[in-house]
Design a protein around this ligand. Sequence first.
Ligand SMILES: [Zn+2]
Length: 262
Amino acid sequence: MENDPLVFDVNIAKEKPNSYRKVKNQADCPFCEVDQLSNIYRQKGDMIWLRNKYPTLRDTLQTVLIESSDHQGDLTTYSQQQNRELLRFSLECFNLLRSEGKYRSILWYKNFGPQSGGSLVHPHMQIVGLKKQDGYHYVSERNFQGITLFDDRNVEVNIAQYPIQGYVEFNVNLHNNQGLDVWADWIQTCAKYLLNVLSNGRCDSYNLFFYPRQKEAICAKLIARFSASPYFVGYKLSQVDNDEKLVIEAEQLKQFYQKQQV
Ligand SMILES: [Zn+2]
């Protein structure tokens, strides 16, 4: 059971309209047509949490959290306040599903950009309940650790020394809910850094994953996405930069954060 893959159900998937995957322009975007949405669980301003209309994975509950009414929006373009509200709201939704106790594990993540594995441009997160699998089976505490560049006000930020995939993964660790705003600001800063500074701006995609830890503690992990390395694809071997490089990157990210705060 532990090593079983998630099953993509072709029978459900074929009901999904073609345009869903091929949405190129805003006119065809299902998340822009708010009055057409159904099975809404919660709504706050233009943030909407709802059941995924076209679930494709067997033995799961797939839900979608629309972040904004702005089709081109992203963590990197929201105001500081908007980003903080989004992270608070999505954490509430995630915790609500956890409190139902119906799922063996619950995943919460988002994709951004062409290399991220997402199918729709419109900014959204996914919260997915797995009935049978432990989604965290391959993830361990040391994946959340690394070279620390910030440790204050209930938040610790590091560059992973034991990344899940590699190369570059930023961990934004929240110790408890008192640090929520600082945590949100750091997630936003890391996303901006990935798209604008890392590799001289060559990175156009990222994933953001949230891993619940003890009590209120949670790790938000931003992974810079490039084509996946064959070492990972073929052998599950992750790669990481050498420590000297990680230290330089950590210092740059710290300076970038300080500039954003001015
Ligand atoms: Zn849209």
